[in-house]
Every structure is written in structure tokens, then in C-alpha cells.
Design a protein around this ligand. Structure first.
Ligand SMILES: Cc1ncc(COP(=O)(O)O)c(C=O)c1O
Length: 406
């Protein structure tokens, strides 16, 4: 009998799978600073205490009675129409923005939605511009597609459009065209700013002039604690160049795995070309729709209170312990994260050791920069832990930063 041996599948992997594994591996190892954290300030996980357990049970029962077999069979390839209508309703309610069901494509969370958009436009080697820093999850998705990733800095007004122009012009001079500009417009993850209205107009004008697509990620827009809400790039766009993503992860539960793209109707077939058959989770789409139809405004208003309190508690803990040294703690107008510039002279290895001893998790700034850099930053998520733990953990981390700084 021939000896059995496992084949080495690695040489058979597609280029994208190989690139994707490296990208994911790098990010996973960069985020794992504490094995068993007591203060989980790492990933952007929603607050478990605010999940509407009982109302979701009721919504599931009501949905099953009303929809019966439809809920458990294959769904529409663009997503459950009820949810596509709900997304349109949400835009009307929160932003006064009119979109139609035909502008909406449902996906498995906004990670998947963003991936669909990138797959539809980006080939290996294509130039793609993103913010530096940007969300590490999307950065891994972008890298998996193998483009040339070009970072443009972010300041307190959002993406720096002056630098963006230089990059776009540089590409044009080299006979190349940027395929896509990925931007997180509200409470940018990780660095916090909301893009000002004038920057939004400048960005749109540049996308039009250089004929490229804008991928507008708005995972947190509903969770605004204060400050002025600006119209989205999608709302301001007159050239049909903006694709916008959204998600139920932060306003209902990340376990729903429901997100979407909102795009010009003519683009939807191309955007859905990498989707699978059978629709995205028709069962959960219905439950979420039934729940959100009845509860969305009050539920989101409650979440705004919850996250504002956590942001304030975490900032208080940091500011109290970092007083008198030149650390900088930002104050985002919404969302899940604080972005901290460490004082000059912080020994980052020592900080990691001290934070691990205190079992406080954070994400090193280096995870978020497409082209290297970011050593002087860390990101903290206040979304998951209680107000008390946000305060306590922030104090412990502040003390660790102080002790690690000469
Ligand atoms: C800026 C941003 N975009 C997209 C996502 C993806 O979220 P999901 O796939 O759960 O919708 C996240 C999650 O943390 C995020 O912070």
C-alpha cells in the first residue's frame, strides 16, 4: 500500500491568498499585546450590556409568525428587500438623505461590503490611496488585493487634501490613475477627526478632476456625541463617484454580520459581482429589520449616551494620570476610540511590559499605517468595557506610560 502523506498545499495558493495571509498575520500579531486582558481596550467591540436581548427575542418571534418559510429559504442576491428599505429609511431619518432600495446592496458586515467594493475595482498593482493612519481591518483587506497602497496623512480636519492632490498629480504624471480613495469620514478610526465640510468638497472635486472612486466608510456616523453632523460624501457627490459603506455592527450588534454598500444604481451589479448566491443571511436580516423598524431611534439615542460616558471616563482616567507630561489624548466627537500620542522618550517595549502586567490591552499605532511609522501612537477602544473599567484601566495605562517615559 502506498504511504499516505499530506500534500503541501502552500505552493498551490492563489497570489491573493498568499498576500492575504501575510497581511492578516502582521495585523493579528501587532494587536495581541496582552494574552488575557482584564481591560479590553483592543478591538472595536460594541458594548455587550446594550444589546437588546428581550426585544430581539420578541422581534424574532414576530418575524417568524409573519414571514414563515420565506425567512428560512434562499434570499435575494442583493439582500433582503426589507433591510434595504430600512437602510434607506435610516439615511432619511438620521441625515435627511434620500436613497432608494436600488442603491443598497446588503453584505456580511461592512468589512465584507468594503471588500466587495475593492474587489470590483482594484487589481494587483493598481494605485489605491488611503488615510495614514487608517482602520487596520480594511488595510488587511486592501493589501489582500495587492494594490500599491499610497498613504495620505490625516490632520484635525480629516484627510489632508493638499497632499492628496500631490499624490494624484504624481500618479497622473507617471501615466497612472488612482483606482480608489478609501476614507473614514466620521470619527476616523483610529485617529478620531471628522472630515470638515470644506475638506469634503475638496476631496470630491479632486476625485472628479482625477477621475477616481471614493470609498466612504461610515461605520460610526450614528454614534455622534456632540458637534455638527456634515453631509456625507455620497450626499454631496454630483459625479457618481462615491460608494459608501455602513453597518449594523455598532448600532445593533456585530454578531448580526450585516452591513451594506450605498452606491449609484448603475454600479450595484458590478459591486455585487463578487457576492455569493442565496443572499446574505436572509434570516438575520429579517430579525434585524423587524427590531430596527420598531426601535431604531430610541436604541441609537441610548447607545450615544452609553458610549459618550465611556469616552469621558477613559479620557478622565488618562488625563488625571498623564498631567504634566507631553502626552496627547484626543477627544473624538463620536465612535469607539481614543488616539494617544505618547510623550517623547516613552520606551515602547517597557510600556508594553507594564501594560501587560496591569492586563490593559491597547493597539500600537504601527498597526494602522500603510507605509510604516506610527510608533508614537496607541489606540484605545472604550466601547467594550464598563464605564468603571474604562476609568480604572485608563488610570493603570496612564501610570504605565508615565513609568515608561524618561
Ligand atoms: C472604520 C471601520 N470600518 C469598518 C468596520 C467593520 O465592521 P463590520 O464588518 O463589523 O461592519 C469597522 C469595525 O471595527 C471599522 O472600525
Amino acid at each position: 500500500m502506498a504511504t499516505q502523506h499530506a500534500i503541501d498545499f502552500r505552493p498551490l495558493l492563489s497570489t491573493r491568498a498568499q498576500i492575504g495571509q501575510t497581511a492578516r498575520g502582521t495585523i493579528a500579531s501587532a494587536t495581541r499585546t496582552v494574552a488575557t486582558p482584564l481591560y479590553e481596550f483592543g478591538g472595536g467591540r460594541p458594548d455587550p450590556g446594550s444589546f437588546p436581548y428581550d426585544d430581539l427575542v420578541a422581534a424574532t418571534a414576530a418575524m417568524m409568525k409573519a414571514e414563515g418559510a420565506d425567512a428560512l429559504t434562499y434570499g435575494d442576491s442583493l439582500g433582503y428587500t426589507g433591510l434595504r428599505d430600512l437602510v434607506a429609511h435610516k439615511y432619511r431619518l438620521f441625515e435627511g438623505l434620500e436613497v432608494e432600495r436600488d442603491n443598497i446592496l446588503i453584505a456580511n458586515g461592512s468589512s465584507h461590503a468594503l471588500s466587495l467594493a475593492i474587489s470590483a475595482f482594484v487589481d494587483l498593482g493598481d494605485p489605491l490611496i488611503c488615510e495614514a493612519p487608517t482602520f487596520s481591518g480594511t488595510l488587511a483587506t486592501i493589501r489582500r488585493h495587492g494594490p500599491e497602497v499610497i498613504g495620505v496623512p490625516v490632520d484635525e480636519q480629516g484627510l489632508v487634501t493638499g497632499v492628496l492632490r500631490e499624490r494624484l498629480e504624481g500618479l497622473r504624471r507617471a501615466g497612472r490613475r488612482c483606482k480608489m480613495i478609501y476614507t473614514i469620514v466620521n470619527f476616523q478610526n483610529p485617529s478620531g477627526p471628522t472630515m470638515t465640510l470644506s475638506r469634503r468638497h475638496e476631496l470630491l472635486a479632486l476625485a472628479q478632476e482625477y477621475e477616481t472612486i471614493i470609498l466612504e466608510d461610515d461605520a460610526y456616523g450614528e454614534l455622534r456625541f456632540e458637534g455638527e453632523q456634515h453631509p456625507s460624501l455620497y450626499a454631496l457627490d454630483t459625479a457618481g463617484c462615491v460608494i459608501r459603506s455602513g453597518t449594523l455592527s455598532k448600532i445593533l450588534g456585530a454578531g448580526t454580520r450585516l452591513g451594506w454598500l450605498c452606491a449609484p444604481k448603475e454600479m450595484i451589479p458590478a459591486l455585487s459581482s463578487f457576492n455569493f448566491g442565496g443572499g446574505v443571511n436572509p434570516f438575520m436580516s429579517r430579525i434585524a429589520t423587524y427590531y430596527m423598524r420598531d426601535h431604531m431611534p430610541e436604541h441609537v439615542a441610548r447607545l450615544v449616551e452609553v458610549y459618550r460616558n465611556k469616552r469621558d471616563a477613559m479620557r478622565r482616567g488618562l488625563l488625571e494620570t498623564l498631567e504634566g507630561i507631553d502626552a496627547r489624548v484626543n477627544k473624538p466627537e463620536g465612535g469607539f476610540f481614543l488616539w494617544i500620542r505618547l510623550p517623547t522618550g516613552t520606551d515602547r517595549t517597557r510600556l508594553a511590559e507594564l501594560a501587560a502586567e496591569a492586563r490593559v490591552q491597547y493597539v500600537p499605532g504601527t498597526s494602522f499605517f500603510p507605509g510604516g511609522g506610527g510608533e508614537e501612537f496607541i489606540r484605545l477602544a472604550y466601547s467594550y468595557e464598563s464605564v468603571e473599567k474604562c476609568y480604572e484601566g485608563a488610570r493603570l495605562l496612564g501610570q504605565a506610560i508615565r513609568a515608561a517615559t524618561h
